[in-house]
Write a protein that binds this ligand. Structure first.
Ligand code: HEM
Ligand code: MTE
Ligand code: MO
Length: 343
């Protein structure tokens, strides 16, 4: 009997499980990168994301052997499997293109879109090939191989970061979230971004409504210029960020005025846009939240949320509600809402 080379014989179950593991890790860390606010936590999540995505490439030689071996047998499932492979390859490619920092910002949107399409393909593909755990899955040998894959993926990610720096690519400067700088200290350069289906309103009101307990008050916009300032980074999940000096009024100050300093410590605050877009935040964050009417010394433009928007330091852009019209103090916990806005 001829001795076959080591690579084809070993390629198989373990390679497939490793691919599945890396894909699941990429999904989880991709979603977490948007949920977890800011560096340093996001830096770790995003680095793991990059390493998991790039780690897929390390397994290509082994996977190629598996594909070649089973191609003839798999006539029925070939189309689905090919689609999965193409989508994953494109997801990795668009992720890397964004990270390099020269592609248009829409590249990241395409990346996430492709990744979302991967999910049903992966589910169908893997379901048809379900595996039972085996005792050897916990063997010393398997652990060593897993360790080697993790180390290889981390090294590949680090090499990528090093290459970006050596090449002086714009991506070398990206934030821990993976976002690229766009319009710091110049709001006119900042992209106007809606989360999903929301649109810039044409009519905006001259006052906001505050509701706490039984009380309700209407505050004219002109009353919101109280000179409270914060420098904070707006970091959109669309892949860009900008630091600005924002000014207006701190939310705790505004609410204290209405409750004579008896603002509850527990509870949440609903910040609601004229458009219906809304986010619920913990009330204990109120001292760090600002209702801003100015950015970089200029009144907000309508696209950026005029007359007043929320500034939520340490949170991703989708929390920074624009065109704020109503603020309600509520008992419901902040986490009782969809993790991402629906409009
Ligand atoms: C099939 C699943 C996915 C794969 C294989 C994948 C792969 C990748 C790769 C290879 C990179 C480039 C990393 C680098 O070069 O440093 C990347 C970047 C990125 N991905 Fe994904 N990804 C997936 C899903 C997602 C999802 C679901 C999201 C968000 C909801 C996401 C968000 C991001 C972000 C924000 C970056 C930029 C990070 C950076 O610049 O370092 N990805 N992805
Ligand atoms: N009402 C409303 N507020 C919103 C959004 C939206 O779609 N509707 N998008 C959010 C998102 S995803 C981001 S990144 C920032 C973008 O702010 P900008 O358009 O001023 O750059 O606004 C946030 N506030
Ligand atoms: Mo955003």
């Amino acid at each position: 009997m001829a001795v076959r080379p080591a690579l084809p014989r070993r390629a198989g179950r373990r390679t497939n499980l490793a691919l599945l593991g890396l894909l699941l890790l990429a999904f989880v860390t991709g979603g977490l990168a948007y949920g977890v606010g800011t560096p340093p936590a996001t830096t770790v999540v995003v680095a793991v994301h990059g390493a998991a995505g790039l780690g897929l490439l390390l397994l290509v030689p082994w996977k190629a052997v598996i594909v070649r071996r089973s191609w003839a047998r798999a006539a029925n499932t070939r189309a689905l499997a090919t689609g999965l492979g193409v989508l994953v390859a494109l997801a990795v490619l668009t992720g890397v293109l964004h990270a390099i920092g020269v592609a248009p910002l829409s590249m990241l949107l395409i990346h996430v879109g492709l990744a979302v399409c991967v999910a049903p393909f992966l589910l169908l593909h893997a379901w048809g090939r379900r595996q039972r755990p085996r005792r050897t899955d916990l063997s010393r040998r398997t652990l060593l191989k897993t360790g080697a894959l993790v180390a290889g993926a981390a090294a590949l990610w680090a090499a990528g970061e090093g290459a970006l720096r050596l090449a002086g690519a714009p991506g070398a400067e990206r934030r821990g979230t993976g976002s690229l700088e766009h319009g710091t200290d110049d709001p006119t350069v900042m992209p106007v971004t809606q989360w999903f289906t929301d649109t810039v309103p044409t009519k905006i009101s001259a006052a906001i409504t505050l509701v706490t307990g039984g009380q309700q008050a209407r505050i004219p916009i002109s009353d919101l210029d109280r000179g409270d300032r914060v420098r904070a980074v707006l970091d959109c999940t669309g892949g860009w960020y900008a630091a600005q000096d924002w000014s207006g009024v701190r939310l705790d100050r505004l609410l204290d005025g209405l409750t004579d300093g008896n603002l509850p410590v527990d509870g949440s605050v609903d910040v609601i846009s004229r458009t219906g877009y809304r986010r619920r935040l913990p009330l204990r964050d109120a001292p760090s939240l600002l209702l801003a009417t100015f950015a970089a010394g200029q009144p907000l433009s309508i696209g950026h949320g005029a007359p007043v928007r929320l500034i939520a330091p340490g949170r991703r852009g989708f929390w920074w509600v624009k065109w704020v019209e109503r603020i309600e103090v509520v008992d419901a916990p902040w986490w009782r809402q969809p993790p991402f806005p629906l409009q």
